[in-house]
Ligand binder design. Structure first.
Ligand code: ADP
Ligand code: CP
Length: 311
């Protein structure tokens, strides 16, 4: 039976350069088009941590060198990352559809996501962006730019920015209308451009929303049947990386809460995915969230693999 499915793609899976990204999205497009060819309505959300950091650093460096007139504000960097990644995804998915003789429109919607100006996340930057650095380089960048950098899960040092929770997707009606008309939509890229409401106006704010939370919010607003969070592991584990590691196939809200309380999921990596999956699964009866590998998405939908979070 065909389903309405929101897919969340990890930003780290998109490579570090435009050439790498273009090559990787051509591979990403295949399993996504498998789902479309099977009759599902597919909406694609994606991360932007490495990309928004690259755009921000590149333009700041150009401004400091006098090559451009002024620095680029951070929300605009987020918008650029949506266009950059969205273009590659719509190009790759469109080409894959054409190669299979399927006729479907594919479009990226530049998306603003409402956040609360009083969200405590603004006081505690946690979202890693940009490249990984060693400690010496990180200390130098922090001193030069006055930004915050932290060690990211043993992989090196990265800049961190505030990551408020998504409250609403401003362009949700446009996205819904496009999906209803049969268009494959790429939206809430990088979790959406964070905006706050001030005196009745929407104003961009420097932050990066977690794409897993934004995808869960979008899936809820679009009344999706499934939220699929695609990442670098086939299943979620408890005792991850330890000798007694145990892969999980099914997670009820009760179990998910228990494991979260035990600290089983790493903050900034698996924790937001499990929390986002839990929030979608609990938003209405029958909704299922799946966490798995891109190439296992089809098997996961059929219940053959992945970690399914459901009531
Ligand atoms: N309990 C866990 N179970 C499975 N993977 C985990 C767990 N805790 C941490 N991880 C790590 O989290 C990673 C996914 O997070 P991340 O790389 O930030 O995601 P994204 O795909 O969105 O970029 C996995 O590849 C895995 O290395
Ligand atoms: N915005 C966001 O969640 O990006 P990553 O997936 O790259 O962390």
């Amino acid at each position: 039976m065909s389903k309405r499915i929101v897919i969340a793609l990890g930003g780290n899976a998109l490579g570090n350069t435009a050439a790498q990204q273009l090559e990787l999205v051509s591979l990403t497009a295949k399993p996504i088009v498998d789902l479309i060819a099977a009759g599902n309505e597919v909406i694609i959300a994606h991360g932007n941590g490495p990309q928004v950091g690259m755009i921000n650093l590149g333009l700041s460096t150009a401004a400091e060198a006098g090559a451009i007139k002024s620095d680029m504000p951070f929300p605009e960097c987020g918008a650029m990352s949506q266009g950059y990644i969205g273009y590659h995804l719509q190009n790759a998915i469109g080409n894959e559809l054409t190669a299979r003789g399927l006729r479907k429109d594919v479009a990226t919607v530049v998306t603003q996501v409402l956040v609360d100006e009083n969200d405590p996340a603004f006081q505690h930057p946690t979202k890693p962006i940009g490249s990984f650095y060693d400690k010496v380089a990180a200390d130098r960048i922090m001193a030069q730019r006055g930004c915050t950098m932290v060690e990211d899960a043993g992989r090196g040092w990265r800049q961190v920015v505030p990551s408020p929770k998504p409250v609403d997707v401003i362009e949700k009606n446009t996205v819904r209308a496009l999906v209803d008309s049969g268009t494959v939509v790429i939206t809430v890229g990088g979790g959406g451009i964070p905006v706050v409401r001030r005196n009745g106006r929407l104003v961009g704010t420097p932050a990066v929303i977690d794409k897993d939370f934004a995808s869960a919010k979008l899936a809820e607003l679009l009344n999706a049947d499934m939220l699929i969070i695609l990442t670098a592991v086939e299943k979620v584990a408890i005792n991850f990386g330890k000798h007694d590691q145990q892969w999980l196939s099914d997670l009820t809200p009760e179990l998910a809460r228990q494991y979260i309380a035990e600290g089983q999921f790493a903050p900034g990596s698996m924790l937001p995915k499990v929390q986002a999956a839990l929030s979608f699964a609990e938003s209405a009866p029958g909704r299922v969230a799946l966490i798995t590998l891109l190439e296992k998405a089809k098997d996961g939908i059929e219940g053959k693999t992945g970690t399914r979070v459901h009531l």
